[in-house]
Write a protein that binds this ligand. Structure first.
Ligand code: BGC
Length: 720
C-alpha cells in the first residue's frame, strides 16, 4: 500500500553533514607547499607521552600559523579538565534512542572542548561494538547493534563538529575486549567485518568525521595501525574517508609499514616510558631513503591540515587551558539523557510511580555518593558509592554528583515521606532500614573499564555478569524483610537477574544504567512519575551468561559467532532472553496501527560514485515504512518504535536486524506517525566474492514493534 506521506518523507531524507572538503584541501595544499620535511614530520608525529598539555600533542608550525595540536580524551567529556561536565556515557545515550538528545550531547561536549582549547576530542566510540557482554569498554560505545551504533555515531559527530571540534571515531577496529588487547589478533571474515563492525564507522565517515583512531589489536594477523586492508582499502578507498588516521596510544609497531599501509599520525609519539619512537626523525630517514614515498608523507600532512581547515580551526580557536570554566547550562542535556536512558524492566502492581509512601527504606552503598569524594578515584577506577560511569581513559571528572539518597530525600519531603536508610551492602543492616517501610528501594551495581586499571579483581573486562558487592544476597535480604521492593541497578552492561526475579517481593526493576552526574535527579524523575520511563535496552539481558555464546578469550579471537551477536544469536537459536534488545516499559500504553510499506529493493549490486561513507547509492532512501503509534494510556509518554528487517532466505542473514527507530513523545489520547527511511545499504548484504554490497533476491519482511521481540505489525516486499 502506498503511504500518504511518502513524498514528504523522501524530501526530508537525512543528508550528510555539509562540510567542504574541496575548499579545505585547497588550503591544505597551499600550506603544504610552504613546509619543510621537518615541518611535515612534526605535523604527523606526537611529541611524546607527557610532553604537552594534552594526552596527545604535536608541534606548532609557525610558517602556516598551525598550533600545537591538542588531542584529549574522551567520549563523554573532557578528561583531566576541572571546569567541565561529565556527560552520560555512550551506552546510556544509546538507551534513550533519542536522536535529538544524542546530537545535543555531542554539541554540548564539543562546546566545552572548544572552550578549553582542545582541538580533537577522542570520541565517539563504535568499537567495541559490544559483542562480548563482559567487554570492559562496551559502556563507552552505543550498544550491541551496528545500526543503533551508527545512528548514535552520526548524531554525535555532527553535533560535535558543528561547533568546530574535531571528532575521532575509535577504536578501529575489532577491539572487543580488554584482556590482551595489545597482543591479540581478531580474526574475522569479510562479511561479518562489513555488516557488524565496520557499519557504524561507515556512518561516522558519512557524517564527515575528520579523524579515526586505529586500535591496539591485530586484524587477521596484522596490527590494526599497519593494516593496509582496513586502513587503505576499506577506510580510505571503499568508504572514501578524507580525514586522517591516528594510532591509539602506543599502538604503533613500525615506521615504514605503518606509513605505507595508510597511517597518518602517531600518538602520543612514544610509549609511556619515552621509548618506542617510530616516527619523528625515523620517518624523516625513511622518506629520505625512499622507503616511504614523499607523496605518502604529503598525503598524511594534507589530511591532517584539511581536517583542521575544514572545521575552521584556523581562525579564532581558543588557546588550550584545561582549567577554564565552560560548563554553561549543559547539565540540562545530562539530566534529560540520564532520565530518558533509564529502562523500566518490571513494574508489577503498578508499584511505580511512587504514590506518596508514608515511609521509604533505602538500602545499598550505591545509594550514596562515594564517601571518599566523587572524583577520588583516578580515572573513576573504583566502584565505591553511586555509579555514574565505568573506568579508564574514557572518563571525566564529575562537576557535581546528584546521589540517589539526596535526590530522593529532597523529593520525599514534599510528600511528608519518612526515609530510613542503610548505606551499606551488609545484609545484616537491612532490617532496620526496611522493616515497616511501605516501599523498599535497594541499589546494586556492576562496573567495568579499561584494562590498565583493575577494580575489585576485574582487570577491565568483567569477571562475570553478576551484580557486584553481593548484590543478589542484598536484594534477597531486602525482599525477605519487605514485600514491596524496587531494585535499582546501575550497570555498564547486562547483569543476570534470575536470583532477583525469583523473589516475590521484588515488584519493580529500574535499569538505571550509567547516568553520570545526574544519577539521583534522573532516578527521582522516573520513580515519582515526573517523567514516564522511555529508555529501551541497547543490549539483551539473558537468563544465563552462557546464552550469549561469547566470552572474553585468552588468545586470539576467531569471531566464530560471525553475525550472530546479541539478539541476532538469541533469535536464530530460539533462546528466550530475560529482557530482549529494545525492551522497556512505560507508565502508559502504546498501540500500533496502519503499516504502509512502499518502495522497491532492486536486487543485485548497484554502482555509484564513492562519497564519504561509501558508494553513494547505498545512502539513498529506497523504501519507506510508516506506522501510526497512539498513546492509549492515561499519562504522557514516549515510545521508541523500532523497525526490524527480515532478509530473504537467500541472504543467510540473522532473522531480524534493526534498521530504523523513531522516538515519539505523545500526550494521552494522541497519536503520531513513525516514519522509517530505508536506504539501499539497509537491505544489502556484503557479498564476499564480489566484494560489494548487494541486495539479495527474494522477499523482505519489515516488522515494526516495541522491542526486538514485541513485533506489532509487519509487511513484505519482493526484490526484483
Ligand atoms: C585508549 C584510548 C585513549 C588513549 C589516550 C588509550 O589507552 O585506548 O581510547 O584515547 O589511551 O588516553
Amino acid at each position: 500500500m502506498r503511504s500518504p506521506i511518502l513524498a514528504a518523507l523522501l524530501a526530508t531524507a537525512s543528508s550528510a553533514a555539509t562540510i567542504d572538503w574541496t575548499a579545505a584541501y585547497e588550503k591544505a595544499n597551499a600550506s603544504l607547499a610552504k613546509l619543510s620535511l621537518n615541518d611535515k614530520v612534526n605535523i604527523v608525529s606526537g611529541v611524546g607521552w607527557n610532553k604537552g598539555p594534552c594526552v596527545g600533542n604535536t608541534a606548532a608550525v609557525g610558517s602556516i600559523s598551525y598550533p600545537q595540536l591538542c588531542l584529549q580524551d574522551g567520549p563523554l567529556g573532557v578528561r583531566f579538565a576541572t571546569g567541565v561536565n561529565a556527560f552520560v556515557p555512550g551506552i546510556h545515550a544509546a538507551a534513550t534512542w533519542d536522536r535529538a538528545l544524542m546530537r545535543e550531547r555531542g554539541q554540548f561536549m564539543a562546546e566545552e572542548t572548544k572552550g578549553v582549547g582542545v582541538h580533537v576530542l577522542l570520541g565517539p566510540v563504535a568499537g567495541p561494538l559490544g559483542k562480548n557482554p563482559a567487554g570492559g569498554r562496551n559502556w563507552e560505545g552505543f550498544g550491541a547493534d551496528p545500526y543503533l551504533q551508527g545512528i548514535a555515531m552520526a548524531e554525535t559527530i555532527e553535533g560535535m563538529q558543528s561547533v568546530g571540534v574535531q571528532a575521532n571515531a575509535k577504536h578501529y577496529i575489532l577491539n572487543e575486549q580488554e584482556l590482551n588487547r595489545e597482543t591479540m589478533s581478531s580474526n574475522v571474515d569479510d562479511r561479518t567485518l562489513h555488516e557488524l563492525y565496520l557499519w557504524p564507522f561507515a556512518d561516522a565517515v558519512h557524517s564527515e568525521v575528520v579523524s579515526v583512531m586505529c586500535s591496539y589489536n591485530k586484524i587477521n594477523g596484522t596490527w590494526a595501525c599497519e593494516n593496509p586492508y582496513v586502513m587503505d582499502t576499506i577506510l580510505k578507498k571503499e568508504l572514501g574517508f578524507q580525514g586522517y588516521i591516528m594510532t591509539d596510544w602506543n599502538a604503533q609497531h613500525s615506521t615504514s609499514p605503518a606509513a605505507t599501509a595508510g597511517l597518518d599520525m602517531t600518538m602520543p609519539g612514544s610509549d609511556f616510558n619515552g621509548g618506542s619512537v617510530f616516527w619523528g626523525s625515523k620517518l624523516t630517514q625513511a622518506v629520505n631513503s625512499g622507503e616511504v614515498p614523499q607523496s605518502r608523507l604529503d598525503d598524511m600532512v594534507r589530511r591532517v591540515l584539511a581536517a583542521w581547515y575544514v572545521l575552521g580551526q584556523d581562525s579564532g580557536y581558543p588557546a588550550t587551558n584545561l582549567k577554564a570554566s565552560v560548563q554553561g547550562t549543559h547539565k540540562t542535556n545530562i539530566r534529560a539523557t540520564a532520565r530518558d536512558g533509564i529502562v523500566l524492566l518490571k513494574n508489577d502492581d503498578s508499584i511505580l510511580p511512587l504514590k506518596k509512601p508514608a515511609k521509604l527504606g533505602l538500602v545499598g552503598s550505591a545509594a550514596v555518593v562515594n564517601p571518599q569524594g566523587m572524583n577520588s578515584c583516578t580515572d573513576q577506577g573504583c566502584n565505591t558509592g553511586a555509579l555514574g560511569m565505568g573506568w579508564g581513559s574514557g572518563t571525566a571528572s564529575y562537576a557535581y554528583f546528584s546521589a540517589p539518597d539526596a535526590a530522593i530525600k529532597t523529593r520525599a519531603q514534599a510528600d511528608g515521606t519518612q526515609i530510613s536508610m542503610s548505606a551499606s551492602d551488609s545484609t545484616s543492616a537491612v532490617g532496620s532500614a526496611v522493616n515497616g517501610a511501605d516501599v523498599a528501594i535497594v541499589f546494586i551495581t556492576s562496573d567495568s573499564g579499561e584494562g590498565y586499571i583493575t577494580v575489585e579483581n576485574n582487570a577491565g573486562d568483567r569477571n562475570n555478569l553478576d551484580p557486584w558487592h553481593n548484590g543478589n544476597e542484598l536484594v534477597k535480604a531486602v525482599a525477605a524483610a519487605n514485600e514491596n521492593v524496587i531494585v535499582v541497578i546501575h550497570s555498564v552492561g547486562p547483569v543476570i537477574l534470575e536470583t532477583i526475579l525469583a523473589q516475590p517481593s521484588v515488584k519493580a526493576i529500574v535499569w538505571a544504567g550509567l547516568p553520570a552526574q545526574e544519577n539521583g535527579n534522573a532516578l527521582v524523575d522516573i520513580l515519582y512519575g515526573d517523567a514516564s520511563p522511555s529508555g529501551k535496552l541497547p543490549y539483551t539481558i539473558a537468563k544465563s551468561a552462557s546464552d550469549y555464546g561469547i566470552q572474553v578469550v585468552s588468545g586470539n579471537d576467531d569471531y566464530k559467532e560471525g553475525l550472530y551477536v546479541d539478539y541476532r544469536k538469541f533469535d536464530r537459536d530460539e533462546i528466550e532472553p530475560r529482557y530482549e534488545f529494545g525492551y522497556g516499559l512505560s507508565y502508559t500504553n502504546f498501540t500500533y496501527s496502519d503499516i504502509f510499506v512502499d518502495g522497491r529493493p532492486n536486487a543485485g549490486p548497484a554502482t555509484g560514485d564513492i562519497i564519504s561513507g561509501g558508494r553513494a547509492d547505498l545512502w539513498e532512501t529506497i523504501i519507506t515504512v510508516t506506522v501510526t503509534v497512539a498513546n492509549t494510556g492515561a499519562v504522557q509518554g514516549a515510545e521508541v518504535a523500532q523497525l526490524y528487517i527480515g532478509f530473504p532466505e537467500s541472504a543467510a542473514a540473522p532473522p531480524k536486524q534493526l534498521r530504523g527507530f523513531e522516538k515519539l513523545a505523545l500526550e494521552p489520547g494522541a497519536s503520531d506517525i513513525a516514519a522509517f527511511n530505508i536506504r539501499r545499504r539497509d537491505v544489502s548484504i556484503w557479498d564476499v566474492a564480489q566484494k560489494e554490497w548487494v541486495v539479495p533476491e527474494g522477499t523482505f519482511t519489515f516488522s515494526v514493534g516495541a522491542s526486538s521481540r514485541d513485533i506489532r505489525l509487519s509487511g513484505t516486499l519482493d526484490s526484483v
